[in-house]
Design a binder for this molecule. Structure first.
Ligand SMILES: [Zn+2]
Length: 299
């Protein structure tokens, strides 16, 4: 089992190069997650006494895990230490665990089906089948945050497929009859190859930033400090809008009404300007005169 599974909290590791393929190095072990299940690979450094190289890509194939290096200083030797960009990786661990919780909340409340997930820093996206309203998603977000603040342990076990019982298998996680099962107390069990935090409390907060309707329902979310930052931005925007409207209790209803009125005005405007193209234009003593026989309503 690679070190990133054994202890996902390791930030550095002493390694030996066991194989080279151009710019790609294979070490005797690694803390670098090679990517998979929507979670991107780690980035970081390979450092020795006489050299420093950046690790810019990590790939996994049948021969092992390969780290693409970009030399910064000196020639990489066979012994050194690897360091992961911990801030980025820890954020991805929080997002990944947060995604299990948010998706499971959606699934508990509505008849949705998971399509895929894409993790990025700071914004990740869950794609689901089934159209949900803002109200629906807010309910699921609330449920997810109650799981986050309940400090529930997250455990990982490799189990035989036939023993796994009622596990949500969302991705191609079955290898030789075994699956890696990630459990969040009794709230969620799912087969997953990613790296996760040990306790839901570490996520801090899950915040749905926006929803996009394409062929699927795309739910964009952020976690931790990024979530708090977004909540702060929303809070300030709400206060400014309330101030602008001079209404501190029915802001949303007021804006819905304004939008309906604006849409109607826009419609009327298009009808009128469309009519204008049918006007005939004469010049009488240097003055433009427009003339139409059509009924254009009140102007
Ligand atoms: Zn996962």
């Amino acid at each position: 089992m690679p070190k990133y599974y054994e202890d996902p909290y390791l930030k550095e590791l002493e390694v030996r190069v066991v194989s080279r393929r151009g710019d790609y190095l294979k070490f005797d072990d690694t803390i670098f997650y090679p990517g998979g299940g929507g979670q991107p690979h780690d980035t970081g450094y390979f450092k020795g006494e006489n050299f420093l190289a950046e690790i810019i890509d990590v790939k996994k194939d049948e021969d092992g895990i390969w780290h693409m290096i970009r030399k910064l200083n000196g020639e990489p030797e066979d012994k050194g230490k690897i360091y992961i960009d911990w801030e980025r990786r820890y954020y991805l661990m929080k997002s990944h665990t947060g995604e299990h919780i948010l998706y499971r909340s959606l699934e508990k409340l509505y008849p949705v089906r998971f399509v895929k997930v894409e993790f990025n820093v700071p914004e990740s996206v869950i794609f689901i089948d089934g159209r949900l309203s803002i109200d629906d998603i807010e309910k699921a977000e609330e449920m997810a945050n109650s799981i986050v603040s309940s400090n529930i342990p997250v455990t990982v076990e490799v189990e035989a497929l036939e023993d796994s019982g009622d596990i949500r298998i969302r991705r191609d996680r079955i290898r030789e009859g075994e699956i890696r099962v990630v459990r969040i107390g009794d709230f969620d069990s799912s087969a997953c190859a990613g790296v996760h935090v040990k306790n839901t409390g570490e996520i801090g907060r899950i915040h749905v930033k926006k929803i996009k309707y394409s062929r699927e329902n795309e739910i964009f979310f952020v976690v931790g400090d990024e979530a708090l930052k977004e909540i702060e931005i929303s809070k300030n925007a709400y206060r400014r809008i309330s101030h602008l409207l001079n209404d501190f209790s029915n802001v949303y209803e007021k804006i819905v009404k304004m939008k309906t009125e604006l849409d109607k005005l826009r419609d009327d405007y298009y009808k009128i300007t469309e009519g204008m193209f049918r006007f005939e234009n004469y010049t009488v003593n240097g003055i433009n005169v427009y003339f139409t026989k059509e009924e254009i309503g009140d102007i």
